[in-house]
Design a protein around this ligand. Structure first.
Ligand SMILES: [Zn+2]
Length: 342
């Protein structure tokens, strides 16, 4: 890291700590007054406590606060029964994922936009193509497959969908570049799909329109350098809602203070857009983050006139961003402490 970067990180850290103090002072009258050494408050413990307090007893927020718990190194444990039924979520949004990773379909007046493509061609065929058929949607109507980021569990089925359904693959220009430098999976590894061929590139702030529907795309690194998050218009009968789809959740990026700062900045940027758009439906590409399966279950028994389980409201949506920020700050402070103790 150059001197310039280091200075910037320290300055941002101080600003972040100052913001954090403001929050604590309001939230807890017994907290020490601002004016003490700022760094005292930029600790993992303080940020985790703030995230935990923000989550309270809300199950959806608690799932997000799990981000604060450092992940164990090594591959995730395989899911025993990695299969699921597709589900209609909104009039124009469908879940076509599995427990390990999510995929979604947005229906428009001119075809379907699929978000993410699961791990490999087999899953794309079974759960995306097959899922759409089960939902009485025509897979040949898929015009775009938007890939949120250059990780195999999101792009592994993409080339299959491009070839079979003649769908156009869409990813950030940055992450197309990432894929170009990746090693293809070893021959015979059917759990990983081939690397997709470069398709349509999108940039930060770009819109993707199909028929009557426009989704907005924002680059939110550093989960990957070009991870994208989406603003999606949603319909529930006569009601209109706005989905805020976070595209790269976990902190499994190269561990540096600068990367955690980038995460904090990405959340700040996307939270501002989401607020302006009135986003009230948090969506994700991993169901442990947005509790998609619990909500799908609740949707099955939803009575007429009852609140939609995916609609959490703008306030909770913003709390989710607050928790992501606190957990990223906790991660950064943890790294800083580790470096200081070396
Ligand atoms: Zn990922």
């Amino acid at each position: 890291m150059g001197v310039g970067n280091g200075t910037r990180t320290v300055m941002l850290a101080s600003a972040a700590a100052a913001a954090c103090i403001g929050y604590i002072a309001y939230a807890d009258a017994a907290a020490p007054r601002a004016g003490a050494v700022l760094a005292v408050y930029d600790t993992p413990e303080i940020h985790i406590a703030t995230a935990t307090r923000t989550a309270g007893q809300d199950a959806n927020l608690k799932s997000v606060a799990a981000l604060c718990v450092p992940r164990q190194a090594g591959p995730a444990a395989p899911i025993a029964n990695n299969t699921a039924e597709p589900a209609k979520i909104f009039d124009n949004l469908y879940f076509i994922g599995i427990p390990g990773v999510s995929a979604w379909a947005i229906t428009t007046s001119a075809g379907i936009i699929v978000i993410d493509s699961l791990d490999n061609p087999r899953e794309a065929e079974t759960f995306i193509e097959g899922g759409l058929k089960k939902l009485k949607l025509d897979p040949m109507q898929v015009k775009y497959v938007v890939i949120t980021h250059a990780h195999n569990d999101h792009f592994g089925g993409a080339q299959y969908l491009a070839d079979k359904l003649h769908a156009q693959l869409v990813m950030s220009d940055t992450d197309w570049g990432v894929i170009e430098h990746m090693q293809p999976p070893p021959a015979g590894n059917t759990n990983r799909g081939t690397l997709p061929k470069r398709g349509k590139s999108v940039k930060d702030g770009e819109k993707l329109t199909l028929g009557d529907t426009t989704i907005e795309i924002y680059q939110t690194p550093p989960h990957t350098p070009g991870a994208i998050s989406l603003i999606i218009p949603l319909k529930d009968g006569n009601e209109r809602h706005v989905g805020a789809f976070w595209g790269g959740i976990g902190f499994n990026f190269a561990q540096s203070e600068a990367n955690y700062t980038t995460y904090v900045n990405s959340v700040e940027k996307f939270a501002k857009v989401a607020k302006e758009k009135g986003a009230d439906v948090p969506l994700a590409n991993h169901s442990n983050f947005d509790n998609a399966f619990q909500k799908i279950q609740a949707l099955k028994t939803r009575a007429a006139g009852q609140k939609h389980p995916f609609v959490l409201g703008p306030e909770l949506q913003q709390k989710i961003f607050d928790i992501q920020t606190e957990c990223a700050m906790a991660g950064r402070a943890r790294l800083r402490t580790a470096t200081a103790n070396k």
